[in-house]
Design a protein. Structure first.
Length: 276
């Protein structure tokens, strides 16, 4: 029986690139995404590229209560041997906390924290019993600093960082490792999805393929924290050099400029409001 890599948020970006790498490493795939059309297209693409790979897909909203149990039930029904769990799905919500939509905030917190934690809880016993497995959680360099105008996003990523580091310590000697991936800006649909598709910082943007390769390599090596790129490593280290309050102010200033630009764009092109 082939071992399986379960990847959430697999219909694009880092998740899809990671799926290609896992296929090359001779893993079967269990791909999950909320976008039914995109997921079907990516499955077809992978089937052409890797005809020997068994591919399971599930269309579901990871923000739904109890969704982890439904995913686990499918795994048991199909007798999948999940060796890699890549909790990759995520999105942001940009704006002042008082003004952001609570339903979107709550959905984001459920995806980043609740479902990620629950899936890990359900799949970890099998991994430890087999004495082999990998937990990979996709956080962000945002995990290292508070983020005004993206307060809940930064906080949820800080949770993933803390949770994964603690889990990695608990799993020592079990044959199972836990790695938290903390990428910076990456060429995916993330910025546009969170309403900040024209950020001021446009350098140091990595490709999804490069980040996925770095993630897979770091996971196999058993690294607990994986930060790709020199600039991102510096960003992660910055709170150790400066006070937390000063770093928060720096991040807030950058985000306020992004917010002002977004407002200006809407005022200049009201007919494009739905696209911005």
């Amino acid at each position: 029986m082939k071992t399986t890599a379960l990847i959430t948020g697999a219909a694009g970006g880092i998740g899809f690139e990671f799926a290609k790498i896992a296929s090359q490493a001779e893993y079967s795939l269990f791909l999950i995404d909320v976008n039914e059309v995109a997921l079907a297209e990516k499955k077809a693409e992978l089937s052409i590229m890797f005809p020997q790979t068994d591919i399971h897909i599930m269309v579901c909203n990871l923000a739904e209560q109890g969704i982890a149990e439904k995913i686990h039930a499918y795994i048991l029904e199909q007798q999948l041997l999940v060796e890699i769990l890549f909790n990759n799905a995520g999105f942001g919500n940009f704006g002042h906390f008082m003004e952001t939509d609570w339903a979107k905030d709550q959905a984001m917190l459920n995806v980043h924290m609740v479902t990620t934690t629950h899936l890990t809880k359900l799949l970890l016993p099998g991994m430890t019993q087999r004495k082999r497995g990998y937990i990979l959680n996709n956080a962000s360099v945002a995990a290292f600093v508070p983020g005004p105008l993206m307060s809940t996003y930064h906080a949820s990523k800080a949770y993933l960082l803390s949770f994964t580091q603690a889990l990695a310590n608990e799993l020592k000697g079990t044959g199972v490792s836990a790695t938290v991936l903390c990428p910076g800006m990456t060429k995916t649909g993330f910025a546009k999805a969170n309403g900040n598709d024209d950020p001021n910082i446009k350098f140091n943007i990595a490709s999804a393929e490069d980040v996925a390769y770095f993630a897979f390599s770091s996971m196999i090596k058993g690294q607990s924290v994986a930060v790709p790129g020199v600039w991102n490593k510096l960003s992660a280290f910055l709170p150790r050099l400066l006070s937390r309050n000063r770093v928060t102010n720096m991040v807030g200033n950058i985000q306020r400029k992004n917010h002002a630009k977004r407002v200006d764009n809407r005022q200049l092109a009201p007919e494009l409001k739905l696209k911005i």
